[in-house]
Design a protein around this ligand. Structure first.
Ligand code: PGA
Length: 258
């Protein structure tokens, strides 16, 4: 983590929590994170809980995000939700291109790019997920895969458009498996992502862009991960469903400057 980048901890609730359960979790989380105003803390509940959770977050340190979006503004797209609808529901962030979307719902890098542009058009903050599978890692093509995801996913943006983007590096083999990338490995890929962004959008954008690590982030590994030079936060799945765990992750202690 670099001193000029504000750390951002986001919780991806995935397909968990009814509205009642969401309220309970948020009510537990608010007092546990009240002492962390210098951290950017985001929760991404399922669509059905967004409007219920939003008013509870007023005056807290927690911001609201969504887990997916469609790229069109409106129209006959049964089952889809537009960026403007998410903004209307009180979201400030949208996760785009999560590996589960890519794996189970055929999301492509081209679709990620469309969703990214649609999200930026309504001035919400995109969290773009990238990451290699175990077989890709074993085949030694991690950097080829990540580079393709970044180059197509972030294609045709001006540096001005790109300023708010957050990238989440999530190796697929580390998601929900309890198997975390070592801080050194994760940091090396995050540095590679930053280098790729430098080539596309210039040093100043690349230096200020936040890059999160995701994949089995827990209270006992966050401190080491976030102390790495190019890791500026975390995208947390399983551990974001437990208030004490997520609050502890948000309260990380970094050995590098904040
Ligand atoms: P995990 O999920 O923390 O449960 O591994 C991370 C994610 O999928 O964003």
């Amino acid at each position: 983590m670099h001193s000029k980048r504000k750390p951002v901890i986001a919780g991806n609730w995935k397909m968990f929590n009814t509205t009642g359960e969401a309220v309970e979790l948020v009510q537990a989380l608010i007092p546990l994170t009240a002492h962390l105003p210098e951290r950017e803390i985001v929760i991404c509940p399922p669509f059905t809980a967004l409007s219920t959770v939003k008013p509870l977050l007023a005056g807290s340190n927690i911001k609201l995000g969504a887990q997916n979006v469609h790229w069109e503004e409106k129209g006959a797209y049964t089952g889809e939700i537009s960026p403007a609808m998410l903004k209307d529901a009180g979201c400030e962030y949208i996760i785009i291109g999560h590996s589960e979307r890519r794996q189970y719902f055929a999301e492509t890098d081209e679709n990620v790019n469309r969703k990214l542009k649609a999200t930026l058009a309504v001035k919400l903050i995109p969290i773009i997920c990238v990451g290699e599978s175990l077989s890709e890692r074993e085949a030694g093509i991690t950097s080829t895969v990540i580079s393709r995801q970044i180059k197509i996913g972030l294609a045709d943006l001006s540096p001005e458009q790109a300023t708010s983007i957050i990238i989440a590096y999530e190796p697929i083999w580390a998601i929900g498996t309890g198997r975390t990338a070592t801080a050194g490995d994760a940091n090396a890929i995050c540095a590679f992502i930053r280098l790729t962004i430098t080539g596309m959008l210039g040093t100043s954008i690349a230096d200020s862009m936040r890059i999160q690590y995701g994949g089995s982030v827990k209270p006992d590994n966050i401190d080491e991960l976030i102390s790495s030079s190019d890791i500026d936060g975390a995208l947390v799945g399983g551990a974001s469903l437990k208030a004490t765990d997520f609050a502890r992750i948000a309260a990380f202690t970094a050995t590098t400057a904040k």
